[in-house]
Design a protein around this ligand. Structure first.
Ligand SMILES: *[C@@H]1O[C@H](CO)[C@@H](O)[C@H](O)[C@H]1NC(C)=O
Ligand SMILES: *[C@@H]1O[C@H](CO)[C@@H](O)[C@H](O)[C@H]1NC(C)=O
Ligand SMILES: *[C@@H]1O[C@H](CO)[C@@H](O)[C@H](O)[C@H]1NC(C)=O
Ligand SMILES: *[C@@H]1O[C@H](CO)[C@@H](O)[C@H](O)[C@H]1NC(C)=O
Ligand SMILES: *[C@@H]1O[C@H](CO)[C@@H](O)[C@H](O)[C@H]1NC(C)=O
Length: 492
């Protein structure tokens, strides 16, 4: 296995001249992409390019992400749990002056240290109120995309808190030349041009967090035509958006091949959180939605592929979390974790050799700023606070776990359009599931297994003792883009 060789050679006396160059890494993120939104999970959606890559690679089927955007992206790029970065609460809203702390070095910082050329094309969403938090100050040689969490796919404009402005940048320069052009095309084209102009001799890190397939539901008509069989309008639009993204991934794969980079490329694909069932996404058979801590919110859609992977067709069941990419990739390329404190684990051997995962626990979150639910039933850990923890086969949810329904695929005869205003009337603030036996979370064990609840609450309390304060200040109106030529950008 070529890639394992780096580590081996480094172990055997710090040999620096490795026989094989470190791989190019193309890291693709799909936004709000649910478990049942990819062809190979049996979805009604068509994703031939993603399916082919996954089939030629290793599908990660016991892989977890966070239930919302900034938390997942922060953990992906820093390897740090959000209870350790102050990003416990929600996503970074446009006018909230907060960000991934500078002391948390990013994957791009660390890859650059070992000679990578580093590029981000797409969505940032890790804070921008000061220039020092923007991508080109966080290890990326170039940035083409947007700083906030969502926007119009064609105008690249974002309305928020009574403000309105352009959020599209080429490095730090406002970029309005893509006005009227669909972002999946713009991002694919830029990714292709980065690949084509990449000079051999240094490895490439291309981080490609697509806008697709987050709301708003927008897509060129030619894609929608193929999905007339889907009667539900949201699902049909969503299917078309997925098709455009999938085509983009196919185009990028072709460009990697034609440019000669392919033979030494590692492709990683992940979602950032579960699908948004109110905007065409679907997480069947799992329970819940984007932003909920049920499996539908946190189940990862992920695979690794490319010629670097020598065991195609494998379905991997080792427990893995999005925070693991950071130490895994930095170690893989012979980089240094010096100056970082990753919470994630190096899971490369679990991915490629099916070694037992070093991970048996995931602290999803403890959000002291979340609205409380009910009264605490414990003196060890305040169960009115929203928190979620996986330990071994068990998962505990406290506080408000979010949307708690099962939403079947929209073409299913059992499908009912989910009600966006639904709020659970229950006061229950502790749930316990055995995920290995009951992956659909239909059988709450919190009443029948109080001893396991206790043990899990103690673990939560232990994690809570390591948490840093939430850094989520009130909205700062100086964010107003009209103060800066109608463009969203750093304001402090
Ligand atoms: C993919 O490439 C084809 C052929 O160049 C082009 O027509 C299509 O628009 C591209 N799609 C995306 C999403 O980049
Ligand atoms: C680790 O990084 C620190 C600065 O963050 C530096 O002073 C130290 O020399 C580095 N150590 C190694 C072994 O690279
Ligand atoms: C991987 O290891 C697990 C045990 O940890 C085993 O159940 C599974 O069958 C193995 N998978 C493959 C593809 O060998
Ligand atoms: C977490 O620890 C803090 C500080 O000790 C405490 O105030 C808070 O109540 C704890 N949170 C929960 C959910 O128990
Ligand atoms: C971008 O271009 C469009 C179309 O020309 C124009 O309406 C809009 O005002 C421009 N936005 C900015 C921020 O310059």
């Amino acid at each position: 296995m070529v890639v394992r060789l780096f580590g081996l050679l480094l172990l055997c006396g710090g040999v620096s001249s490795i026989s094989q160059d470190p791989p190019n890494i193309v890291f693709i993120v799909a936004d709000d992409y649910g478990y049942n939104d990819i062809g190979y999970h049996g979805s009604e959606l068509k994703t031939p390019n993603l399916d082919k890559l996954a089939k030629d690679g290793i599908k990660l089927e016991n892989y977890y992400v966070q239930p919302i955007c900034s938390p997942t992206r922060s953990q992906l790029l820093s390897g740090r749990y959000q209870i350790h970065t102050g990003l416990q609460h929600g996503v970074i809203m446009p006018c909230v002056p907060t960000a991934l702390p500078l002391e948390d070095r990013t994957m791009a910082d660390k890859l650059k240290e070992v000679g990578y050329k580093t590029h981000i094309v797409g969505k940032w969403h890790l804070g921008f109120y000061k220039e020092e938090y923007t991508p080109t100050k966080r290890g990326f040689d170039s940035f083409f995309g947007y700083l906030l969490g969502s926007e119009d796919y064609y105008t690249h404009m974002r309305a928020e808190s009574g403000f309105y402005g352009l959020d599209f940048h080429d490095n730090l320069k406002p970029h309005n030349q893509s006005y009227g052009r669909y972002s999946a095309f713009e991002f694919t084209k830029r990714a292709q041009s980065i690949i084509e102009s990449h000079k051999k001799g240094s490895p490439l890190f291309l981080y490609l967090p697509y806008q697709s397939v987050h709301a708003p539901l927008q897509v060129p008509g030619i894609y929608e035509e193929k999905f007339q069989f889907i009667k539900d309008r949201n699902r049909r639009m969503f299917a078309a958006m997925v098709a455009a993204m999938d085509e983009g991934v196919g185009n990028i794969t072709e460009t990697l091949k034609s440019s000669g980079l392919w033979d030494n490329t590692l492709i990683i694909f992940t979602n950032d959180n579960g699908g948004q069932v109110f905007a065409g996404g679907n997480n069947a058979p799992y329970r819940g939605n984007k932003a909920s801590y049920f499996e539908g919110g946190v189940k990862g859609v992920g695979f690794v592929s490319g010629p670097v992977i020598k065991t195609p067709g494998v379905i991997n069941q080792q427990l893995m979390h999005v925070s693991d990419w950071f130490p895994t990739l930095i170690n893989l390329v012979g980089g240094s974790l010096n100056g970082t404190k990753p919470d994630g684990y190096d899971v490369w051997s679990s991915i490629v050799n099916n070694a037992t995962s070093p991970r048996d626990e995931i602290i999803y979150n403890i959000d002291p700023k979340s609205p409380r639910k009910g009264k605490s039933v414990s003196t060890v850990f305040d169960t009115s606070v929203q928190a979620a923890l996986r330990f071994g086969d068990y998962k505990i949810l406290t506080g408000d776990p979010g949307y708690d329904k099962w939403v079947p695929e929209p073409t299913s005869p059992f499908y009912l359009t989910p009600n966006q205003d639904y709020v659970s009337s229950s006061d229950q603030n502790v749930y316990l599931f055995n995920i290995a036996k009951d992956p659909e979370e239909r059988n709450d064990l919190s009443q029948s297994h109080p001893e396991i609840v206790d043990m899990m609450l103690q673990r939560l309390a232990k994690w809570n003792a390591t948490a840093v304060p939430v850094n989520y200040p009130p909205i700062d109106k100086n964010c107003d883009p009209s103060l800066r030529g109608g463009v969203w950008g750093p304001w402090m």
